[in-house]
Design a protein around this ligand. Structure first.
Ligand code: UDP
Length: 368
């Protein structure tokens, strides 16, 4: 066989795996059906502005080792994610913090804000939240839920908040300091020069073929390597034999504007249901750009079907149970490694994907 590993998908998981295998003197071929490397972290340069083609990607991690790992390849700028929410005609700071509470209720001290939230939790909350609505109200009370969460979440997921799993909302931090930093992690930033630099460094010296669809000739591709690392949809790999898993899709409407500053922030959320997009990204602000033009992207959540890109896994009970069936099948083919957001059907952030690929490398090469 020509290669030790055929890696299907040149996203973050595939690129980290390929890099580490290559470092261990294994011969790798990476293929991707898109016309570029990088998967969803790919950026397109529009006259000096790195446009996050598949939605905003802000790197963050709490893990010293992981931070050191990525810093071998790129240096990060000091971007801090502090999204703004627009709701019912007003602007609010995110994540939910003392600034947000002041904007909502005029509360000025943590004590006042806690009293307000706690009284709402007591009145409307529950000890055992069984869905996202109950979970959100039990975390932040009714006002925040109704102003900033309910409509945003329902359009994001295309489902009623009472039909969504509660874990989604656990991603949203709540704090009683005047701190608009969305992520609590020790490290955060955007790679200087953009994410393509990171991907290019990871894949340096490795054969990569883009515009290549694995499923167009799976058997022939499988013949090329001793092992396959598959980072696409696990249900597609098995020909949807247990029925397709559900995903949420997105559509992006990107515009170049001949003004230097459209919204004054990288991310502005549109929380009301009247707007069919969830947020507008102004890409230059990720890298403190001072170009005369700007590029903005409206992000529209969309129902998913087999013809659309799968972005978010829907990890509810039905889909999770279906995934377990696929996973069991995957375990029965030892020469195929399934990894990444789509192959593991998990709502992963970038640092988690990298950690997962590095962990898999350790088992693969019997390292402790
Ligand atoms: N969310 C919300 N209001 C907001 C932002 C987020 O209710 O203004 C909820 C929503 O349910 C969303 C979840 O928090 O699905 C996670 O949002 P985040 O922006 O962290 O996720 P991303 O889509 O960037 O992965």
């Amino acid at each position: 066989m020509k290669y030790d590993y055929l890696i299907v998908g040149a996203g973050l998981y595939g690129s980290v795996f390929a890099h580490e295998a290559n470092k261990r003197n294994k011969k790798c071929l990476v293929i991707d059906k898109r016309n570029h490397k990088g998967g969803n972290v790919f950026c397109e340069n529009v006259e000096g502005i790195n446009v996050h083609k598949y939605g905003a990607h802000i790197f963050h991690t709490n893990d010293d080792e992981l931070w050191r790992y990525v810093n071998q390849f790129v240096t990060f700028n000091n971007f801090v994610n502090s999204p703004i929410a627009t709701a019912k005609g007003k602007l609010y700071n995110l994540p939910f913090n003392m600034n947000t509470f002041y904007q909502l209720w005029g509360t000025k001290t943590p004590e006042e804000a806690k009293a307000k939230i706690n009284s709402q939790i007591q009145e409307f909350g529950t000890d055992n939240p069984s869905n996202l609505e109950e979970q959100a109200i039990s975390l932040v009370g009714k006002d925040i839920y109704e102003t900033l969460i309910k409509e945003y979440t329902e359009k994001q997921w295309g489902k009623k908040a009472t039909d969504l799993p509660s874990f989604i909302i656990k991603r949203l931090p709540v704090r009683f300091t005047f701190d608009n930093n969305y992520f609590k992690d020790k490290y955060q930033g955007i790679p200087i020069g953009g994410y393509n630099v990171l991907i290019d460094k990871l894949l340096e010296g490795i054969e990569v073929r883009t515009n290549v669809d694995y499923f167009s000739d799976k058997d022939a591709f499988d013949q090329l390597a001793a092992k396959v690392v598959f980072t696409g949809k696990i249900d597609e790999y098995f020909n949807y034999c247990f029925e397709p898993l559900e995903y949420r899709s997105l559509e992006f409407d990107t515009q170049r504007l001949e003004i230097d500053n459209y919204q004054g922030n990288a991310v502005v959320n549109y929380n009301d249901k009247e707007f069919t997009y969830t947020r507008i990204i102004e890409h230059k602000h990720f890298e403190f750009g001072n170009q005369a033009h700007t590029v903005i992207t409206k992000e529209y959540p969309k129902d998913w079907d087999l013809s659309k890109e799968a972005y978010y896994p829907i990890n509810d009970e039905v889909n999770q149970a279906k995934y377990e069936l696929y996973k069991e099948k995957a375990l029965s083919i030892p020469n195929v490694i399934f990894g990444g957001r789509l192959a593991e059907y998990r709502y992963y952030d970038m640092h988690q994907i990298i950690a997962s690929a590095l962990k898999r490398i350790k088992t693969e090469f019997n390292e402790s």
